[in-house]
Design a binder for this molecule. Structure first.
Ligand code: KIV
Length: 299
């Protein structure tokens, strides 16, 4: 392993161009240098390659997978094995970005030992470079850090708490709740988390936490003052079937593009316009003549 360009490490593309791998320490360095961190979710090989080649710093194999890929109503049903399956595909695609994977509901809500065992699977079996866990679970974060597993915390609107929160609601809407959130953010950072996702909180709360913490904050529905921003890939491209949250910006309408392309394909098949002769394989000339001759003899 090359140790040039610390805190990232060197990697090269098939064409030989050198790229610097984004690591957890590199994210902290970006915060120190005031360089915004771009993050996006991804769940499969093709889209992860595109996201990585577009220069996104941090790819999250989010448990939003449950909703946007697997069609569940919320994130609770996805399993560790399903998350690992997708994390492996992402890991195979990514050369530069930091690959972080979500630990799903139930995989770290029991004992610290269970959480540690599950987290080790992400690193060993799927090649994740960090795990993300929701809530101020400081004992677990400390145990994971002690076991050399980088952790991304996640506070504010934590989707795995949907039943406790009574829905997906903006959190920390009073001065007391902001103080509570700040205390949790400090506790998560002090326990060893390397970065913190802040979701669905007022801009003012996220700005104050970002200013106080040494680790980078990555916002989603948390305003522009975080050290970085993350969106769900399917939201960015309008590949979802529910109304978008206020914080989502659609950068393209891939849903419409795909629907139109698939309709054109179906129409071409139905009117025998696909495939064309140019899109077909042909026998070599000698074989074609021999086939014609034997057909004539049989006729
Ligand atoms: O699972 C996910 O996509 C997430 C992001 C919303 C941060 O946790």
């Amino acid at each position: 392993m090359s140790l040039t360009n610390f805190p990232g490490s060197s990697n090269s593309t098939p064409s030989g161009t050198s790229i610097t791998k984004v690591t957890m320490p590199a994210l902290a360095e970006m915060k120190r240098q005031g360089k915004p961190i771009s993050a996006l979710t991804a769940y499969d090989y093709a889209t992860s390659r595109l996201v990585d080649e577009a220069g996104i710093d941090f790819i999250l194999v989010g448990d939003s997978l449950a909703m946007v890929v697997l069609g569940h109503d919320n994130t609770l049903a996805v399993t560790v094995d399903e998350m690992l399956h997708h994390t492996r595909a992402v890991r195979r695609a990514v050369r530069r970005a930091l690959v972080v994977a979500d630990m799903p509901f139930g995989s770290y809500h029991g004992t610290v030992a269970d959480g540690l065992t599950n987290a080790i699977r992400y690193i060993k079996e799927a090649g994740a470079e960090a795990v993300k866990i929701e809530g101020p679970r400081t004992e677990l974060i400390r145990a994971l850090s002690d076991a050399e597993i980088p952790v991304v915390g996640h506070l504010g609107l934590t989707p795995q708490s949907i039943h406790r929160m009574g829905g997906y609601r903006v959190q920390a809407r009073t001065a007391d709740a902001v103080q509570q959130l700040k205390a949790e953010a400090h506790a998560v950072a002090d326990a060893g988390a390397g970065a913190l996702v802040l979701e669905g909180v007022p801009r003012e709360a996220a700005a104050a936490i970002t200013a106080e913490l040494a680790i980078p904050t990555i916002g989603i529905g948390a305003g522009p003052d975080c050290d970085g921003q993350i969106l769900v890939f399917h939201d960015l491209l309008n590949l979802t079937f529910a109304p978008a949250a206020k914080f989502v910006r659609r950068y393209a309408d891939a849903g419409a593009l795909i629907r139109t392309a698939v309709e054109h394909y179906r129409e071409d098949v139905e009117r025998h316009a696909f495939p064309s002769d140019e899109e077909s394989y042909h026998l070599p000339e000698a074989a074609r003549r021999a086939l014609e001759a034997s057909s004539l003899r049989k006729a």
